[in-house]
Write a protein that binds this ligand. Structure first.
Ligand code: SAH
Length: 400
């Protein structure tokens, strides 16, 4: 099958952007099944790329290769997956990490494919894959074979239960693809802190690997400070704050199972002073107001909310939520305090996020300055041709 582009729509492909939107396509010639490899052809008939066809999605095709002569087969996935793993191996800052993103979808030339590796204390590797497009779904077996070859992992689990699959007409799929469930929960070590990863029921593939560097930064900032960690999940930021010498860490999340794991994680790290930690099961929006009512202040506040804006369409509602949480965060800071604030919404760019946070500071009556811009870790790269890949952005802010 050939997808023939409207005149001029070849430009994004020349810039090596991997998505073809339905509106850019003039005709779809021939027959194919969802996920099949199709040729992308410009208005004059020149073949530009090979892509996976997603007939149900507005992103009608995702490019596998900008080389029209490259065959998309098992060997293709072996090459691309080996290259993605080698890219991580070449970055010394990533070496020795128990949890590592091996494949970051479009930014590793593998649209619709995510793979995270969790290494336990015995050096057994569990890879968790998430396939989010019909093209990726089709190549499951090739992807698994290539991952085994590239990593020598003990087991592979599939967590293809992300909502975005619905846009591709796909049902959620989970289960073991290689090896079987380990006897004990998987525990990784992140910068000296042991963390349990629930690959079956946890968020994403079980853990927020993208925040690794930011958790380490928090550790360096935490000494002698009273910390409030909002949206704490399984306590990643909280435990690093304790490791860094925080005098007290109050952590808030609305998920009791996440908090239970957080408390269990603390117990896995006997060197940390457990009596300095408290876990609060509450809605952060309410809890910040309750803390206002009792006039509690903190020296350092982390705000790492879930994705309020999955796409630009949700940006306005999301902006209100970010404003509210940041405004109430600013109000809880002690003089000279630090705010570490994030957005992982693809639909909110860094400029907009900074504007929202600036408005929140103003409305809270705080003068404040950015002391650092924050982003995802190096195993979550952003392909220069695919700026949409930059979903996580953060600001470290110091108030007067
Ligand atoms: N900082 C964490 C990841 C945060 S993920 C880490 O480093 O691992 C976002 C978390 O926000 C999830 O655990 C989710 O349960 C929680 N959450 C979502 N909405 C919430 C709300 N309104 N109030 C409190 N927690 C919320």
């Amino acid at each position: 099958m050939k997808l023939v582009l409207e005149r001029g729509k070849e430009r994004s492909i020349q810039r090596r952007h991997p998505w073809i939107f339905a509106a850019s396509i003039k005709t779809e010639d021939g027959r194919a099944r969802p996920g099949d490899t199709v040729e992308i052809v410009d208005a004059t008939g020149i073949v530009l790329a090979r892509a996976a066809w997603s007939p149900e999605s507005q992103i009608r095709a995702r490019i596998w290769s900008f080389d029209p002569g490259e065959t998309i087969d098992d060997a293709f996935f072996k090459r691309r997956i080996a290259a993605a793993v080698a890219r991580r191996d070449a970055l010394p800052e990533l070496s020795g990490q128990g949890g590592l993103r091996l494949i970051h979808a479009e930014s590793d030339g593998l649209p619709g494919i995510i793979a995270d590796r969790y290494r336990d204390a015995d050096n057994n590797d569990t890879v968790v894959v998430q396939l989010t497009s019909v093209g990726a779904d089709k190549w499951r077996r090739a992807i698994v074979g290539a991952l085994i070859k590239a990593t020598g992992c003990t087991r592979i689990y599939e967590r293809s239960d992300a909502d975005v699959r619905k846009l591709e007409g796909l049902e959620p799929v989970s289960g073991w693809l290689h090896g079987s469930a380990p006897d004990a929960p998987i525990v990784i070590e992140e910068n000296g802190v042991r963390m349990e990863v629930d690959i079956v029921a946890g968020h994403k593939t079980g853990f927020y690997l993208d925040q690794r560097d930011n958790r380490l930064l928090l550790r360096h900032l935490a000494a002698g400070r009273r910390v409030l960690n909002c949206f704490c999940y399984t306590g990643g930021f909280s435990l690093q704050a304790l490791a860094g010498g925080a005098t007290q860490v109050v952590s808030v999340d609305s998920s009791q199972p996440a908090l239970d794991t957080a408390a269990a994680n603390l117990a896995l790290n006997p060197a940390l002073e457990a009596d300095r930690a408290s876990w609060v099961c509450a809605n952060v929006f309410d809890e910040l107001r309750r803390l206002r009512d009792v006039d509690e202040r903190f020296d350092l506040i982390v705000l790492d909310p879930p994705k309020f804006a999955p796409s630009v369409r949700h940006a306005e509602t999301a902006a209100r939520a970010y404003k509210d949480v940041n405004l109430n965060g600013f109000k809880r800071l002690a003089p000279g305090g630090l705010l570490m604030t994030y957005s992982c919404s693809g639909g909110i760019g860094i400029d907009l996020f900074q504007k929202i946070v600036a408005g929140a500071a103003q409305d809270a009556g705080r003068s404040a300055r950015i002391v650092r811009r924050l982003q995802g870790a190096a195993d979550h790269p952003v392909d220069l041709a695919f700026p949409e890949g930059e979903y996580l952005k953060g600001l470290l802010i110091q108030v007067d």
